[in-house]
Design a protein around this ligand. Structure first.
Ligand SMILES: [Zn+2]
Ligand SMILES: [Zn+2]
Length: 341
């Protein structure tokens, strides 16, 4: 029995200074995040421990469930959780909640989504005219497995997210891009398309991005913004329940729920807009669900969007060599090799 209690990664050493987007553009990201020690047994053994797979299901699948632009304070940071009753009561007890998860680059839609997908801070144009220099998870996945386009999918209302389908690295690119299903009218349509694709194509890697919380926020009507969080709260639970009732997905699917950015806290302009380095814009939701994910755990360890790529790569069993974040080992139950039983 070699099970180890996963030690919390050194929070102090991972604390980083907030920097303004302008500085980020000029000097790049000098965030000296310390690589996490590899605490889980890995299968199979390859050269880079942080790129290897955590022990898990035989045919793992991942849904990255992005909610575009909710503030932490109306979500997990609300002590009553009045706008997320289903996520709070039905999903949170089954997973690990990261209460100190952050965007440390531009708090805009394109930067947030592409930083999640590449594991590298992306300070790119927010109009969809620019792609990330590094490969996305879709490209790593399809190149490593030979999977067809419909096996890696982006679904969203925002058409500009088509630019997240692949990056500019010539070793990857369009040949390994995600299939794109964007420009959908509402979050309900995103959910419908997600379910249709799960049922028809059984994709292994999906990023479903629900845009309307952000759009309602920008409209400036507080009640509409809150109502949209409540709608997505329902859609998240419907998604998870659908996965658990589908034999292709049950007990072999991870769902990582997060956001691209938050919104200004009340001292920096309030909920209507976002885009600077205030705590409201940087502090994001993050909930992990799936086989081997610790249940009912709330960790305050600092994690960032950069850590998602290596974490997803690990559960899918694929290398993500240009990703700079660290695998979030704390999410996972300790694993025994069983050798000494
Ligand atoms: Zn956004
Ligand atoms: Zn702000």
């Amino acid at each position: 029995m070699t099970a180890q209690e996963p030690a919390a990664p050194g929070l102090d050493s991972r604390m980083v200074k907030m920097q303004t987007p302008e500085i980020l553009r000029k000097v790049g990201i000098g965030l000296a995040l310390v690589a996490l020690a590899c605490q889980s047994e890995v299968l199979p053994v390859v050269a880079q421990p942080s790129d290897t797979r955590v022990a898990g299901p035989a045919d793992p699948k991942v849904i990255i469930f992005v909610i575009d632009g909710p503030r932490y304070t109306e979500f997990f940071g609300d002590s009553l959780h009045q706008h997320i009753p289903h996520i709070w009561n039905e999903l949170r007890p089954a997973g690990t909640l990261c209460s100190n998860f952050r965007n440390l680059t531009l708090t805009e839609t394109m930067s947030g989504h592409t930083s999640i997908l590449t594991g590298v801070w992306q300070a790119i144009a927010n109009d969809g005219s620019e792609r990330a220099p590094e490969p996305t998870l879709f490209e790593y996945y399809r190149k490593a497995t030979g999977a067809p386009p419909q096996d890696a999918v982006i679904i969203s209302s925002k058409g500009k997210l088509a630019a997240c389908s692949h990056g500019l690295d010539p070793d990857y690119g369009t040949a390994y891009a995600a299939q794109v299903d964007v420009g959908l009218p509402t979050d309900y349509d995103v959910y419908d398309h997600l379910i249709q694709r799960l049922d028809q194509d059984t994709p292994h890697l999906v990023m479903a991005s629900f845009s309307q919380v952000d759009l309602k926020g920008h409209s400036g009507v507080w009640a509409d913004y809150l109502r949209q969080i409540e709608i997505v709260d329902s859609l998240a639970v419907l998604t998870w329940n659908h996965l658990q009732n589908d034999p292709d997905y049950a007990n072999q699917t991870y769902m990582f729920m997060t956001a691209d950015h938050g919104r200004h806290d009340d001292a920096h302009g309030g909920f209507q807009h976002h885009g600077d380095d205030c705590d409201g814009c940087r502090h994001l939701i993050f909930l992990a669900l799936g086989p081997g994910i610790r249940a009912g755990v709330d960790t305050s360890t600092l994690y960032t969007q950069r850590d998602v790529c290596k974490t997803v790569g690990s559960v899918l069993g694929i290398a993500t060599p240009r990703a700079e974040g660290s695998r979030m080992d704390e999410l996972f139950e300790p694993v025994s090799t069983g050798v000494l039983h």
